[in-house]
Design a binder for this molecule. Structure first.
Ligand code: G4P
Length: 530
């Protein structure tokens, strides 16, 4: 066997054992808790509470001067990895609601699958819906974990019905609760035909009893007559009326396997993890301008999906997060920076453990590497070895909050222009300009935090004090038409231009948006830039 073949074999093996996913949920559903349990299984942390403590530190302060600290923390928690049963697992962090921003959406592009976490008392919540839709658009498989079974929640069948109705995805329960809240006795594993017994509190082992089926007398013994009867009936209903398990549909993102459990009690978590690792896909091909790039392609390639400013404002350097798409990454390797059209050396690549950073010697498709960025990277940049690969641009997202920007001190115009251009490039905010006689600058974001970060960084990194005045628009639509008459966007709407000069209509409400669409029947109103 030649040396080359061996290297290819290694890449193939490494790709096959990788699982890179994001947990999507509404705040408080238990994402931190679940992440922590998974890291404990993988031995990446040894003490329960490590992830939690960091979250507490992050939210304990509302003092805005602390934002740098806060962002420093979110650097280290951006991606975590561990080994389990021969798998290499990468968990991408999608920040909670205070941190909700375009970054969150962009991070999802780096995931190969998603775990949707739902609180059994609350069901499908607002933020889950948004994040779900981004995953859906990419067609990645979505696994569901219904959490907090130790509390009184909604009937499991209701929850499934809601997932299907609100999110429009079919579901297949992999296990089924026996009781709930105070009466919780365990979960019945539909695939393995066994019962995982529930015991409150942190436990070392997991007690499992094998059974013949949902009506096994052993279930009666542990759960009592009434619960056993209910279980048998519900399982029968699922068998008759529910969707059968279909791995191809799961991989196509059309069917979500559903697991019930309680993260805090470490109940159902191992079963979930093991099934997830078995069923979730390894890194797949990625779209590029010249067609799909296979992960097992011998040559390295990847793209930047997130840029994080340094916590220390004295240093302008940043960390660029690279998702590896093909080949083998090696520390110190020279790669092509495709947009810049030159070779660069990747000297100090880092990866992030639960609590610390480490220098990476080598990495494979699916892995995320943090690159030291002296200001040479932009969001969506592709890096490749031996040839130019251009990965499909990162999508821009339709902003939902808008503010008018005014400078407090006109003398600082140069710094203002520079800061605005650089921060827009980093993806901190989207910038629009009005078309009227006096050009005004309007910022668009998907989360309030983006405004706060923008204002803070303009002040501390560029020395420019700004005033952001919220304006009541709620929707942005890129207008694709032969001719766009600004006169049509006067009432509860306005027409602006994006950074490339494309016309964008901003609307205060859906009614105004519908009216404009009716008046311009030949135009297309797009949620993102064409
Ligand atoms: P998040 O990252 O999604 O925002 O949620 P997080 O893990 O912080 O969990 C939110 C709250 O829900 C926490 O309670 C956590 O302990 C609790 N929780 C998580 N999983 C379960 C579960 O399986 N059952 C029950 N009953 N509760 C669960 P908290 O009171 O906000 O915090 P703490 O005082 O426990 O730290």
């Amino acid at each position: 066997m030649t040396g080359l073949a061996t290297a290819d074999d290694t890449i193939r093996k490494e790709v096959a054992r990788r699982r890179t996913f994001a947990i999507i949920s509404h705040p408080d559903a238990g994402k931190t808790t679940l992440t922590e349990k998974l890291l404990l299984f993988g031995g990446a942390i040894h003490l329960a509470g490590a992830v939690k403590a960091r979250k507490a530190a992050r939210f304990a302060t509302s003092d805005w001067m602390e934002i740098e600290k806060q962002r420093g923390i979110s650097v280290t928690s951006s991606v975590m990895h561990f080994e389990y049963n021969g798998y290499r697992v990468n968990i991408l962090d999608t920040p909670g609601h205070q941190d909700f921003s375009e970054d969150t959406y962009r991070t999802l592009t780096a995931a190969d699958s998603a775990v949707m976490l739902i609180d059994c008392a609350k069901g499908v919540e607002a933020q889950t819906i948004k994040l779900f839709q981004v995953c859906r658009r990419r067609g990645i498989p979505i696994f569901t974990f219904i959490n907090k079974l130790d509390r009184e929640g909604r009937p499991p069948l209701d929850l499934l019905e809601e997932i299907e109705r609100v999110l429009g995805i079919r579901s297949v329960p992999m296990n089924w609760p026996i009781g709930m809240g105070r009466s919780l006795r365990g979960v019945y594993d539909r695939m393995e035909k066994r019962v995982e017994l529930y015991e409150e509190g942190e436990r070392r082992g997991i007690r499992v009893i094998p059974v013949q089926g949902g009506d096994d007398p052993a279930i009666r013994e542990v759960a009592g007559e009434a619960l056993a009867e209910q279980l048998a009936q519900e399982l029968e209903l699922l068998d008759v009326a529910g969707d059968p398990f279909d791995h191809a549909k799961v991989l196509a993102g059309e069917l979500t396997p559903v697991f019930f459990g309680s993260a805090i009690n470490n109940f159902g978590v191992r079963t979930f993890l093991e099934n997830f690792l078995r069923l979730a896909p390894p890194p797949g091909p990625r779209k590029s301008a010249d067609g799909p790039v296979e992960p097992t392609d011998g040559k390295f390639s990847g793209y930047i999906f997130k840029i994080q400013a340094n916590m220390n404002p004295q240093h302008r350097d940043r960390i660029a997060f690279l998702r590896i798409c093909s080949g083998r990454f090696r520390r110190g390797m020279t790669v092509r920076h495709v947009r810049a059209g030159r070779e660069i050396k990747l000297a100090q690549p880092q990866q992030f453990l639960a609590q610390e950073r480490e220098i990476v010697e080598e990495a494979y498709p699916g892995d995320i590497v943090g690159l030291f960025d002296p200001g040479i990277f932009r969001l969506g940049d592709s890096l490749s070895e031996g040839r130019d690969v251009v990965f499909e641009e990162l999508p821009t997202f339709s902003p939902e909050l808008f503010a008018k920007l005014t400078m407090k001190n006109a003398m600082k115009h140069k710094q203002y222009q520079k800061g605005l251009a650089q921060l827009a490039e980093e993806g901190t905010v989207q910038v629009f300009r009005t078309a009227g006689p006096v050009e005004e600058t309007i910022l668009g974001v998907v989360g309030q935090l983006q405004f706060d970060v923008f204002e803070y960084r303009m002040k501390h990194e560029y020395g420019v004090e700004l005033e952001l005045t919220r304006i009541p628009y709620r929707f942005a639509r890129w207008v694709a038409a032969e001719k766009v008459d600004p006169g049509l966007f006067r009432i509860n709407s306005t027409l602006v231009r994006d950074k490339d000069g494309n016309p964008v209509a901003l609307f205060e409400n859906e009614y105004a948006m519908r009216t404009a669409m009716e008046r311009m029947p030949d135009a297309r109103f797009l949620e993102t830039a064409p």
